[in-house]
Design a protein around this ligand. Structure first.
Ligand SMILES: Nc1nc2c(ncn2[C@@H]2O[C@H](COP(=O)(O)OP(=O)(O)OP(=O)(O)O)[C@@H](O)[C@H]2O)c(=O)[nH]1
Length: 192
């Protein structure tokens, strides 16, 4: 009889300006689909994805939030309990990169993260396929280094570049931060 396999439930949250591609990244990763006619997210939505990283079974709960300022009060109550935060900007929108610092602050405040430099943030520069690039990779690398050593991925939800790698790195960072965070749930995937 096979032994029971335990899967950690990890909560990851996508934050960043409206239109940078958060919903598209979640849909690409979970459903391998891309839609050019997405509506702005209102509040939050989440999807689960099961995966195995370095031999560990994980159920990733991905929370996609509304980036537009007018939805702030609808999204912030969902920050608590996150194991990782994906700070997302668009490489063809310089202001969305500048705004990452505010997103990090907003997350740390509402998620009640005591030491943001030890929390696993991963930075995603999305729309790497777009021709009108406004942000240099080097500038992002510097920002990541100066702000706690975050991992950085240049992604495209459109053509799938680096999307799986980015989510898998997020899982690795979550598992490395703590083997058993206080709020983790453990799910039985199979029992025989
Ligand atoms: N070229 C290109 N376009 C993308 C990419 N990702 C998303 N888009 C487009 O950018 C627009 C906004 O994408 P969304 O995924 O809705 O952005 P969002 O960050 O979820 O926006 P909010 O819900 O308002 O916070 C859509 O038209 C997408 O098709 C990408 O990687 N490359």
């Amino acid at each position: 009889m096979a032994e029971a396999t335990k899967s950690s439930l990890l909560k990851v949250i996508l934050l960043g300006d409206g239109g940078v591609g958060k919903s598209s990244l979640m849909n690409r990763y979970v459903s391998n689909k891309f839609d050019t006619h997405l509506f702005h997210t209102i509040g939050v939505e989440f999807l689960n994805k099961e995966l195995v990283v370095d031999g560990r079974a994980v159920t990733l709960q991905i929370w996609d939030t509304a980036g537009q300022e007018r939805f702030r009060s609808l999204r912030t109550p969902f920050y608590r309990g996150s194991d990782c935060c994906l700070l997302t900007f668009s490489l063809d929108d310089g202001q969305s990169f500048v705004n990452l610092a505010n997103w990090k602050k907003e997350f740390a405040y509402y998620a009640d993260v005591r030491d943001p430099d030890r929390f696993p943030f991963v930075v995603l520069g999305n729309k790497v396929d777009a021709p009108e690039r406004q942000v240099a990779g080097e500038d992002v690398q510097h920002w990541c280094r100066d702000n706690g050593g975050h991992a950085y991925f240049e992604t495209s939800a459109k053509d799938a570049t680096n999307v799986t790698s980015a989510f898998e790195e997020a899982v690795r960072r979550m598992l490395a931060t703590s083997d058993e965070p206080a709020h983790h749930l453990f799910l039985d995937l199979k029992d025989g």
